[in-house]
Design a binder for this molecule. Structure first.
Ligand code: CP
Ligand code: NVA
Length: 311
């Protein structure tokens, strides 16, 4: 079913029903792909993928998803395009709208994605900014739904930095009435204004605690991510010290309920935010989670990119 929104910039722009529809479609298409019944509904369509930061999962899963739907993809680096230096984002948006069927962008400044979305006549998908990583959290939700059968009364303990992934989890909490507990060192939480805006009028819950054991004690999901995100490399050493007590290791996992599963968006810095034994443990759904980037983004493309005439 086509979505009401043209773009996917933030989970905050979608209703709970729309998030549910994308996840249900992703699960259905995953089964269709496995049984060879997936319909190539985007023949003749092209996804322009713009990357200002490196990627394994986002690039490969979007490009493969597009090919599986019968379409094509273009990998565009900022060295070629120069958004904001060689050319204004609004002009890039208008020109790409004449050639391709949708844009997926990974960049630093979230406002660049918002500007592209505003000026493009085609769908714009956020493949990660410094602020948000909404495609990741869609895949995470799908993974949990597959594992648990539903997302009801879910408590997610996010152990680590109040970063782009954590903020997208807060948006998901607001939309789906989930509970997110961030366990982080003092000074590394999510900005109060972001939390207040995200949760305004919702029954989602968000708590920040500076004790990792307190954070995990009621968790259904134990989530972690790198301590220094892309763009924060110069802070890596300082962060390693601050975050050391927040490593997701077997002794912290043992403090969580027995049923709690482990997620990590990857890439993982094994031995820093997560240990080898935890990522390789029975509780880890990390590689299903990575696979689900493909399925959820294919569902997103199917829902956002109009089939039929035109580019
Ligand atoms: N999780 C994720 O977005 O991975 P990449 O940075 O490899 O795309
Ligand atoms: N928070 C990480 C996520 C990588 C997928 C980063 O922004 O680098």
């Amino acid at each position: 079913m086509p979505l009401k929104q043209k773009d996917f910039v933030s989970i905050a722009d979608y209703t709970a029903a729309e998030v549910g529809e994308i996840i249900d479609l992703a699960i259905a298409q995953k089964a269709e792909l496995m049984s060879g019944r997936l319909e190539p509904t985007l023949k003749g369509k092209t996804l322009g993928c713009i990357f200002h930061k490196p990627s394994l999962r986002t690039r490969v899963s979007f490009e493969v998803a597009m090919h599986q739907l019968g379409g094509d993809s273009l990998y565009l680096t900022d060295q070629e395009i120069g958004i904001g230096s060689r050319e204004a984002p609004q002009d890039v948006a208008r020109v790409l709208s004449r050639y391709v069927s949708a844009i997926m962008i990974r960049t630093f400044d979230h406002s660049v994605v918002e500007t592209l979305a505003r000026f493009a006549t085609i769908p714009v998908i956020n493949g990660l900014t410094d602020l948000l990583h909404p495609c990741q959290v869609l895949a995470d939700l799908m993974t949990i739904q597959e594992h648990r059968g539903n997302l009801d009364n879910l408590t997610v303990a996010f152990i680590g930095d109040g970063n782009n992934v954590a903020r997208s989890w807060i948006n998901a909490a607001a939309k789906l009435s989930l509970r997110v507990v961030l366990g982080c060192p003092p000074g590394f939480g999510v900005e109060k204004e972001f939390v207040d805006r995200a949760l305004d009028g919702s029954s989602g819950r968000y708590t920040e605690v500076n004790d990792p054991v307190e954070a995990v004690k009621e968790a259904d999901v134990l989530y972690t991510d790198v301590w220094a995100s892309m763009g924060q490399e110069s802070e890596a050493e300082k962060r390693k010290k601050a975050f050391a007590p927040f490593q997701l290791n077997s002794s912290l996992v043992a403090k969580a309920p027995d049923h709690a599963v482990v997620l990590h968006c990857l890439p993982a810095h094994r031995g820093e935010e997560i240990t080898d034994d935890v990522i390789e443990s029975q509780r880890s759904l990390v590689f299903d989670e990575a696979e689900n980037r493909l399925h959820v983004q294919r569902a997103l493309l199917s829902s956002l990119v109009p089939s039929g005439g035109g580019n």
